[in-house]
Design a protein around this ligand. Structure first.
Ligand SMILES: [Zn+2]
Length: 312
């Protein structure tokens, strides 16, 4: 009888420990999965940045206790993740690179305005943009070039292929507008590209200050500060999607796909278009983090190696 009691105790302890152990293992797995998702997203973001800004980012560095940085051509390092908990407003006013790439731009057509606080592209890291497109008004001006847009020439930044991309847009958009009287009034007269100014009501520079954004023909219902949401919805419904497609194909995002809609506004944001094209879904278990890329050349392979060796 005594022996039986002892066995019972041993059995109870075994079951108890087993449970604790299983929970422990499960918690570890969840943690690893979360960490894994974080790392996968970081690697993808870094790869998109390197692919979108070739030559401007020269390396990736990880420093204990400080985090992961991209290294710019000038030697300046820009932090990927400041590890701060931020509200949406705080992400807009003091973003890091992670915040800038967090919301995935929808490449598919949309039927109505975006839900609250969905503005993929409105979050911009200014230190990064200054490094790429010019550190001051004078430097940005020095980087501007003329792009032919139908009857007029417009100024755009020639760094990082921005002006070239706009040129490709115009090659397709101008003949389309010329041959289609329904599309023409949405394109011409264009409202402007370069303008060294702040975004109205904020202390932050507009992307127009970098010469990387273009406003097409203006309508009073185009902008969330000028129009009600209902008016914006109506304008969105009639806006020709052919225009949007041409811009997106050339790595511009459309302000029509923002909660804070800006329907006449198109902005050159190659990193967001690449992330949307290749990494719009979560990585599946046992999948390589860069699966999703549709092609792989030597340059891309070298970026992947740089990321892997920096984060090892
Ligand atoms: Zn604009």
């Amino acid at each position: 009888m005594k022996k039986f009691g002892l066995w019972l105790i041993i059995l109870a302890l075994t079951i108890g420990f087993g449970r604790v152990n299983r929970n422990y293992i499960r918690n570890q797995l969840i943690l690893t999965q979360e960490e894994n998702e974080y790392t996968v997203t970081m690697k993808r973001d870094l790869l998109c940045l390197m692919m979108a800004y070739p030559g401007h980012i020269t390396g990736i560095e990880a420093e204990d206790g400080k985090g992961v940085f991209i290294v710019m051509r000038s030697g300046r390092r820009i932090l990927y993740d400041d590890k701060k908990e931020k509200s949406f407003q705080e992400k807009l006013s003091s973003p890091d690179l992670q915040d800038m790439l967090e919301q995935i731009y929808p490449l598919e057509d949309i039927q109505s305005l975006m839900p609250p606080n969905f503005d993929p592209g409105r979050i911009r890291v200014y230190s990064f943009l200054h490094e790429v497109y010019g550190g001051s008004k004078a430097q940005v001006e020095g980087n501007l070039t003329n792009v032919k847009a139908g009857p007029q020439y417009i100024l755009f930044n020639k760094q990082n292929g921005a002006a070239e991309a706009l040129d490709m847009v115009m090659d397709e958009l101008v003949p389309l507008a010329g041959s289609n009287p329904k599309i023409y009034p949405f394109v011409f007269p264009m409202s402007g590209t370069f303008n060294y100014r702040n975004i109205a009501g904020t202390g932050q520079l507009s992307p127009h200050a970098f010469g990387t954004a273009i406003d097409l023909a203006r309508n009073n219902k185009d902008y969330w500060k000028w129009a009600t949401r209902e008016e914006g919805e109506k304008r969105l419904a009639v806006y020709p999607r052919e225009i949007v497609k041409i811009f997106e194909k050339n790595r511009f995002v459309w302000g029509g796909k923002w909660t804070h809609f800006d329907i006449l506004h198109f902005e050159y944001r190659p990193e967001l278009i690449l992330k949307a094209r290749y990494f719009s879904g979560q990585a599946k278990p046992h999948q390589l983090w860069y699966e999703g890329l549709t092609s792989m050349d030597d340059t891309t392979r070298s970026y992947i190696q740089m990321i892997e060796s920096a984060l090892d």
